[in-house]
Design a protein around this ligand. Structure first.
Ligand code: ZN
Ligand code: ZN
Length: 141
């Protein structure tokens, strides 16, 4: 079963040690505990330090098929939700392609540079400063 075909999974099916640390209120399942240096959700699972989105995927969906890797379609590294729009398995090539496509610009064409990117601390979602500025300017006029 591919993630694309699958309907949805409930975080309730996860061991409480994991479920207790995941905030499923929003669209993304946000890992509320530690992350690794790259910003990915990380936890000790069966004595090993693992990336949580991979552990959750394995528990709810199954092993990541050989040759595929997990991609965050929602671009939220703290998200651990197995879902086509969140964590899903794709080829390394596709992952890299998506990564660059996402890395280039926001939907209004502002570059996703470090200086132009704001990450909302409560959700970990990135926002475009250029768009935020335009929204504010629109409100004032
Ligand atoms: Zn997500
Ligand atoms: Zn923008």
């Amino acid at each position: 079963m591919s993630v694309a075909e699958a309907v949805d999974w409930a975080a309730a099916e996860l061991p409480t040690s994991l479920a207790n640390r995941i905030d499923t209120d929003g669209d993304c399942w946000l890992w509320t505990a530690g992350t690794n240096a790259g910003g990915y959700a990380q936890a000790r699972h069966h004595g090993k330090v693992r990336r949580v989105h991979i552990v959750v995927y394995e528990l709810l969906v199954g092993d990541v098929p050989e040759g595929l890797e997990l991609d965050h379609a929602c671009a939220n590294k703290r998200c651990v939700r197995p879902h086509p729009e969140h964590v899903n398995a794709c080829t390394h090539q596709e992952n890299t392609r998506r990564h660059y496509a996402r890395a280039a610009t926001c939907k209004r064409g502002h570059p996703w540079t470090e200086a132009n990117t704001y990450r909302r601390p409560s959700t970990g979602r990135r926002e475009c400063r250029g768009c935020n500025r335009e929204k504010q300017a629109g409100r004032r006029s």
